[in-house]
Design a protein around this ligand. Sequence first.
Ligand SMILES: Cc1ncc(COP(=O)(O)O)c(C=O)c1O
Length: 384
Amino acid sequence: MPNLNPIYFDHVSSTPVHPEVLKSQSELSLLHYANSEALHDAGHRIASMVEKSRESIAALLKIKPESITFTSGATESNNAIIKGIAFANITKGKHLITTSVEHSSVLESFKQLETSFGFEVTYLSVDKEGRISLDELKNALRTDTTLVSIMHVNNEIGTIMPVKACSKIIKENSTAYFHVDEVQAIGKIPFDFSFVDAASCSAHKINGVKGSGLMIVKEKVKILSLITGGQQENGHRGGTANAINNILFAKTLRLALSEYDSHLKQVQLLNAYLRDELKAIKEIIVNSPEHDVSPYIINFSVLTLSSEVLLNWFNSQGIYVSAQSTCNSKTKHVSITLQAMGLSEAALNGSLRVGIAASNTQEEAERFIKVLKEGLVSYGSPLR
Ligand SMILES: Cc1ncc(COP(=O)(O)O)c(C=O)c1O
């Protein structure tokens, strides 16, 4: 590897922990190791800090504290919400709707309900920009539909789904609940929980700790708890709570929201630079749409090289990117989103995802482009 600092462009996968979160984590861990359910003062102290965190998060998200359950991350939240709602409303119907481009924790939850429990699932298609059609959603709704789950920001290409318009259609045409996977949206693009019935969030995507998430379920929603065996989290999720993580979530979210504008500005600049440079290379197509897209994600394909060759090349030069959703990186070889968008074989085989953060610099973006061009030359893919 050349003697240069590595460049991390994989912030969609995970982000570094914010120094202030890290500081609180070590201070809290030293002092507050008691079980938050314990009936002594040490337990009460930590339980009260968890409740304060829940209240702060609720205020920041403009929801009620009672609708928040702390989880181990968004994979758990997605599983618990989707299966919990499906099972609790089984007498009303067994039809569910989602999109063909969700994160694997959503898609696999629906697949399991289909194959092991006899549910019927409609997977909405997407257009060339990775966006669902509102007409298709409207036509898919039935009297026996109990849940619709649609992600806010696609984690592979950054497309923003029209979740507010989806909510209106669902409410006007059915009695189904509406769940939104907010993982790549929260702290990065505007969000609004007022029109959703349930939502999932994850701390490590916004400079929080790993193994920490939120499951947001509004009061009126009928849901079955999947993890039973304890009084914790008002009976919604049994098991000794990771109280420190739950306390840190409030600080993580507060910091992400307070730094929202400055982060967005820097990320937009880097995205625009990368997009322009990538568009000027003959062998490359940019897969992330131009509009209604998160600037934190830019996905492109090199039509003459495979993702594997590109990943290895970047890695050998100390630049870290992804080929697709990291959760699929060991099982599938092409991105499910790009496949659903109907991209050519060459585009599917040569895709890369750059996860930008405000901590990335213009110099890093320039080095990324320089290394990419050098790679195209050294692997025999001549430039224009
Ligand atoms: C859109 C989306 N949903 C859910 C998840 C899962 O989150 P976690 O890592 O907290 O389980 C991810 C993680 O990549 C994601 O991008």
